[in-house]
Design a binder for this molecule. Structure first.
Ligand code: XIL
Length: 358
């Protein structure tokens, strides 16, 4: 009797799952996103893919991954003579096994560089050679495997001016006349892999402000001058619950009107947390509203083609160390991989989208 009721329970459960799968109501972010040809992704760490809760969640919920650190200079270039691709390759193998796309991050940045580069006191001519060699070797290694690259990351300061960096002015690379290092990086990237989509990725210029105006002007100039660029990555590390998402929608509209794609690349919404890492319920609900609004902002523009979170579980998020553990709980899954209200909001927003993407 008991056995029968248990087996009939499983029968009913199986039928329910089947129905959920066929009733048109998507059960996962990945299903919902596939349905409207949207990319939904997460930044991942190769060392964690052997944990089943981690890797099962990634392949169930996302159709795209991005190495959080594994394809940055510090990971790939332990010394000047070496290109070590093993961490990035691990992510590519995982993605291929689960029919997912891989977004590459990042080829030129003033952070997360190895000491031999950052403190190497290279001449402009040497830096120029190093940048070209790096872009060329890495993109050729991943050609056909990484479909889009953040070629340059965070080149501007909050005023929208070029940031001091080894690539720009300390001492900067040797440049052709009337060019700048960002433009040069994109030209080398297109030469290295003609198929990959090339993105400029930025922080804190997602809404409408001085910085996003400067990004817009730069992109407009690049389009006019024929600099090979396909899109802009908007990071969207949100740390205010009154964040203006209407301004993000407006910014996406003007960028896509230039003929560029937009990817939301590093979405997280950090909250104040107590010593145990717990946030307040009210904040967790407001956070869900922001996740929903960001997704809706992207889906208003047909050329906003990807939405990615920076990690996906609160168990592994950069926000903790970044904020000396005063903030956290920034992602759509909690520390036990349980979906939070932010997850439900993402799923609903994607499932409700009528327009088809890309
Ligand atoms: C962060 C990673 O999450 C950390 O693990 C690492 O220590 C530093 O970099 N903007 C970016 C990302 O473009 O590469 C950064 O990632 C977060 C901010």
């Amino acid at each position: 009797m008991v056995r029968r009721s248990v087996s009939s329970f499983f029968c009913i459960a199986a039928v329910a799952i089947l129905l959920a799968g066929t009733s048109g109501k998507p059960a996962t972010l990945r299903q919902a996103a596939d349905h409207i040809h949207l990319l939904v992704g997460a930044a991942v760490q190769p060392g964690l893919l052997s944990q089943s809760a981690y890797s099962e969640t990634v392949s169930r919920e996302f159709n795209m991954v991005e190495p959080e650190n594994a394809t940055k200079w510090r990971a790939i270039r332990p010394d000047q003579a070496t290109f070590d691709f093993h961490e990035g390759d691990e992510i590519v193998r995982y993605a291929q096994a689960h029919a997912m796309k891989v977004r590459g991050h990042c080829l030129v940045w003033d952070h997360y560089n190895p000491d031999w580069l950052a403190q190497g006191h290279f001449t402009p001519a040497q830096l120029s050679d190093l940048m070209k060699e790096h872009i060329t070797t890495v993109m050729k290694h991943y050609a056909g495997q990484i479909f889009a690259w953040d070629v340059v990351n965070e080149a501007l300061n909050e005023k929208g001016e070029f940031k001091d960096s080894i690539w720009y002015n300390q001492p900067g690379i040797v440049l052709p006349k009337n060019s700048n290092y960002v433009e040069q990086a994109f030209r080398w990237a297109r030469e290295a892999d003609t198929q990959a989509l090339l993105f400029y990725n930025e922080a804190e210029g997602e809404g409408m402000n001085r910085k996003s105006d400067a990004i817009y002007d730069l992109m407009k100039k690049f389009k006019k001058q024929g600099v090979p660029i396909d899109g802009v990555g908007l990071q969207l590390h949100i740390s205010r619950l009154d964040y203006d998402t209407a301004a993000v929608a407006a910014n996406i509209k003007r960028l896509t009107a230039l003929g560029l794609q937009v990817h939301i690349t590093e979405l997280d919404v950090s909250l104040p947390v107590d010593v145990d890492g717990h946030a307040q319920d009210a904040d967790i609900h407001k956070q869900a509203g922001l996740y929903r609004a960001v997704i809706e902002a992207c889906l208003q523009s047909a050329r906003c083609t990807a939405i990615q979170t920076w990690g996906f579980t609160d168990k592994y998020s950069w926000i903790g160390t970044h904020s000396q553990h005063t903030r956290g709980a920034a992602l759509p899954f909690d520390r036990n991989y349980k979906p939070k209200p932010a997850y439900d909001a993402m799923l609903e927003a994607i499932a409700n989208a009528e327009s088809s993407h890309q």
